[in-house]
Design a protein around this ligand. Structure first.
Ligand SMILES: [Zn+2]
Length: 262
């Protein structure tokens, strides 16, 4: 089976122990969930990790594949000057994806060695024991949710005919408005959004997610929905079981970790 693992993960820098320091205690559920996913990813004998992040170089009308022979991970912008990691890119599979999709969907290829934090934090935490894993970095677009779902469906076809064992990780946080001191200020709709989304994901209600109200989504101030919808498009037609590993919001931002058991 070419798709061997899929999950939704948050990407706050504090999950990295050298950055989070004592704050890491407040993120226990998320840390435990990440550790479980790391074991599963290892056990799945993954060749390639496709990471979908909303914090790369985004284009309004086009999806972006960031393809580089190698990717550098560091956390200098978060004050950690010592952590450094370099992983290989899966150029072969990346170009095959581009070739098969370019006539069917708006897609651009760029080449940036340094990964954005939405990619680098999950990759760093999930691949600790897999230095040989290859990476493909993918960015959502300014297009609507349906376009992301369709793009995922097209991408899935290419992954299924490939022999690489691929893991898909949707990186993103939920509402940034869950408490009074939340980064985007408090809104009651924040919690409502998170609850609805988690409920729909648990029950595999894709249609309901795709038709969520635009103003409601905007009010929630999230950064993960498009990555998640793209992942759901990839999983369309594949049997899976959603498994909620953790959800917490110690700093007013919703951090969801969910495994899709294939
Ligand atoms: Zn984010």
């Amino acid at each position: 089976m070419p798709i061997v693992f899929s999950a939704i993960v948050p990407h706050l820098p504090m999950l990295v122990p050298t950055i989070g320091k004592e704050n890491i205690k407040k993120l226990k559920a998320t840390i435990n969930a990440y550790e479980k996913l790391e074991c599963d990813l290892y056990a799945a004998q993954t060749d390639t990790l496709l990471i979908i992040s909303p914090h790369g170089q985004l284009q309004q009308n086009s999806f972006v594949i960031n393809l580089s022979p190698s990717y550098d991970i560091d956390f200098e912008e978060f004050g950690d000057l010592s952590t450094k990691l370099s992983l290989a890119g899966d150029i072969g599979l990346g170009y095959k994806i581009r070739e098969s999709l370019e006539t069917k969907a708006p897609v651009q290829v760029i080449s940036q060695t340094k990964l954005d934090h939405g990619s680098s934090i999950p990759v760093y935490l999930l691949t600790k024991h897999m230095p040989q894993i290859k990476i493909i970095s993918l960015y959502p677009s300014g297009l609507d949710l349906n376009a992301h779902y369709n793009f995922g469906q097209l991408l899935k076809r290419e992954l299924l005919i490939n022999k690489n064992r691929v893991a898909i990780v949707a990186s993103g946080d939920l509402s940034h408005r869950l408490t009074k001191n939340a980064p985007a200020g408090y809104s009651a709709k924040g919690k409502k959004f998170d609850n609805k989304l988690i409920e729909y994901l648990n029950q595999n209600k894709v249609k309901e997610i795709l038709s969520m109200n635009q103003d409601f989504i905007k009010e929630a101030s999230e950064c993960g929905l498009k990555s998640i919808v793209l992942l759901l498009g990839i999983l369309e037609g594949i049997e899976y079981q959603a498994q909620l590993l953790s959800y917490e919001f110690p700093f007013g931002v919703g951090y969801l970790t969910m495994n899709f058991k294939l």
